[in-house]
Design a protein around this ligand. Sequence first.
Ligand code: ZN
Length: 235
Amino acid sequence: MNDGIGESRKRQLRKEIPALQAEIQALYRSLDRKFNLHAADVPITFGFDETRLGAYTPPGGGREEGFYFSLLFVGFLSEDSLHRDDKLDLYRHEYAHYMQFHIEIPQEYQFQSGLHGSAWKYCCSLVGAAPSEYYRFGKGMERHDYEKALRNPWKNPHAALLDIAHRKREAEDSRNRMIRYRKGDTVVHPKFGTGTVEELEQMTGSVRLTIRFSDAVRKIDQKWLLRSNYKKRGS
Ligand SMILES: [Zn+2]
């Protein structure tokens, strides 16, 4: 396996494990105290993953609960080591995953599913992690916009307006589907004059009328009848 890093380098990085572990556990202990959790007691393993910076594995399914961090990114002497603030953000990111598994998430933050959904972002807002599933260098130093990350689309006024428009359209559709005329009804049209309804056809979302006018028989959607001021006569 060619993993691009020599054995001696690995040995060197492994020596940092106790210091890294102490650093992470100190952070987790302070968060644990705040939220009455026990992440500092969860085992942490280290490896040399080149694509995965960190991970949290919840207990269950025969797996043991644990945190994982790649020494390539968190090792103090690693060439690819993250900036200190980004490292802290990575630790908080994984803590948020742990937290999501161990706390009751309020109903209002359950609108978006997924590993990095709204429940996780809610935890990020509590622990101060960047609410983004992607690690971006320098992210740990940014100010995080939790309000934006946790905005429920159904609380967004624009979405609410879209919803109202959608419901209006639905109501209109169902109105259009309702048959408003009967066979034999007399209607008046400004252009075609008086006509008699001969047939009614229920279509999806509309009603098509066959109307005999003095000059011709025309098929007209009931919707246009109503809009163009056809008058229903008789009962
Ligand atoms: Zn994640």
